[in-house]
Design a protein around this ligand. Sequence first.
Ligand code: SF4
Length: 344
Amino acid sequence: MKLEKKIGIPKAMLYYTYFPFWYGFFNNLGIEVILSNNTTKKTISDGASLVVTETCLPVKVYVGHVLDLINKGIKNIFVPSIQSIAPKIYNCSKIRGLPDLIRNVIKSDFNLIEATLDKSEKDQNLIDFLLETAKYFKIEDFDTVKKAQRAGFVVQNNFNVMVQNGLNFEDALKNAKEGKIVIPPKKEPKSINVALVGHGYNIYDKRTCMDIFKKLEDMDVQVYSAYQLTLEQMKGGMHSLGSSLYWANQYEMTGCAGHYLQDDKIDGIITLTAFGCGPDSLMLEDIRRKAKNFNKPLLNLTIDEHTGEAGFITRLEAFCDMLYRNKRAKILKEKQKVDELIQR
Ligand code: SF4
């Protein structure tokens, strides 16, 4: 099959972590990037129909997005195997095995661009992974690939700066792709502040998370997530909980929770996890046990393809009501203390 200079990227899973980099990288190499459409009910049911029921929702969504790209007639689809991003730090087996899964469940005629990044067993560097990827497009010049790597980092860093400063995911991505950095004006404070703890693919895919950011903001809640934190802050969060790192995406769960548990402006923590996720259940147990020392309310929401929106909203409303009551009681108590001091 003749390779065209176009690559399809599923808008799922590690898209939510690395897409700005991938966009800058492929663009610099003159390879056009085509994305799958936003997740819909059909994306999920198409993906779910090809894998065993016990598979976690993000993987079902991912398979649905690959099918979407195939239906668009895209011939080259990027399904990398990101095994390990640092020595002895691994992705979960489902993320590591994505190319094998896709090859086995989708029998259509397309090229799987499936380079591997493994910093543990194979001691590979990012550039090795990028050279392997570019080779699919017959680009083998080291300097050309290195230049594209730098271009990828520029887009990713610009994106990171904007989301860390509170710009939403979509706008930050749009600006970063255009080579811009836009820092949003400071928002009016909301009644309560909540930290939303979850993987990017769970909290930013509006269909799978039922647009939780908007739902909370409509309830006058300011939402904070791992994306507003630097790596150093998340490392500090892990340290404060006394947790050690094993999973590549543990910073955005345990590190994020650890950071916000110590942050006085945060009134409560919401964790959003996928049903059937082994790593999440271990991380959640760790967070739950240690959160007790910080005296902060914690709600866990588990999602799968059958999660109903009504029940989801009810649980969010009940939790936020409790946070409002707690905050009001705290403010009244503080006011009472001040009144007593004045009367003395
Ligand atoms: S970490 Fe959990 S949710 Fe993510 S792919 Fe692995 S099993 Fe699925």
